[in-house]
Ligand binder design. Structure first.
Ligand code: F6R
Length: 249
């Protein structure tokens, strides 16, 4: 695992995606939430000003709330359109069907679809303050596939800032499983701020454990964690990671 500690994580993340796209990537995996917003803004800028093109590239989302129509401002299908994909020349953008009458079947269908349009060349990830990736909450099977999950109270509290009230935050989601996420050829996780420091330390330097689902990145052959100094503040080996990055062969 590569750990990159920089002032501007969005620049490193945008470089990773831009390199993948210009290098022939056909499928990219997108996360929602606030963490990748700077990356999306920078990629839109490069599209508008530097000619970065996403023609021939399709995208898959990590997750979706159950019960929110794709027109709802907080549905992840809508979020990604508003904040990224409507502003670039990307192809199809797939997401789980949170409104399907049979969520279990919709989750299985989405897992199958990812297998069809994939493998994902590079998957962008954020991390929850409890160590979740996608919406794989602590105790998620390390080999899980796309399925319905029940959000923890902490995740609903964290996400309540996007809704008018805590009660409006859905209780259930469809999320790619940890096994599904790890099918991607490359994982790139971005985190900023003190509030993510404990989760990043657990993911990078703690044991590989379902208690911290993001620790599955330790198992992946090509995972990069890109953090600012605040999110890196609990990493014991931060000096080593900086030394490695500065002396990259
Ligand atoms: C959302 C997702 C989640 C978020 C995580 C962090 O698609 O995959 O794992 O990345 O909840 O959310 P923010 O970035 O809002 O702190």
């Amino acid at each position: 695992m590569e750990v990159v500690i920089v002032d501007h994580p969005e620049q490193v993340m945008a470089d990773i995606i831009a390199d993948a796209v210009t290098g022939g990537a056909s499928t990219i995996g997108l996360a929602t939430g606030s963490s990748p917003l700077g990356t999306y803004t920078e990629l839109i800028r490069r599209h508008n000003e530097d000619g970065l093109s996403f023609v021939g590239v399709n995208a898959v989302l990590l997750d979706e709330y159950v019960g929110l129509p794709t027109t709802h401002p907080e549905s992840y299908a809508r979020f990604i359109r508003d904040n990224f994909t409507d502003h670039i020349d990307i192809g199809d953008v797939h997401s789980p069907d949170g409104m399907a009458p049979d969520s279990k079947a919709a989750a299985q269908a989405y897992d199958h679809l990812i297998g069809t349009v994939g493998p994902v060349d590079v998957q962008i990830l954020g991390i929850g303050s409890n160590g979740h990736i996608g919406f794989n909450e602590p105790s998620s099977s390390l080999t899980s596939r796309t399925r319905i999950k029940t959000l923890t109270k902490k995740t609903r509290e964290d996400n309540a800032r996007f809704f008018d009230s805590f009660d409006e935050v859905p209780r259930h989601v469809i999320t790619q499983g940890l096994g599904t996420i790890c099918d991607a050829k490359r994982l790139a996780l971005v985190a900023t701020g003190e509030g993510k420091a404990a989760a990043i330390a657990a993911a990078v330097e703690g044991p590989l454990s379902a208690s911290c689902p993001a620790s599955i990145l330790q198992w992946h052959p090509h995972a990069t964690v890109v953090v600012d100094h605040a999110a890196a503040s609990q990493l014991k080996d931060a000096d080593y990671y900086k030394y490695v990055y500065e002396n990259k062969p």
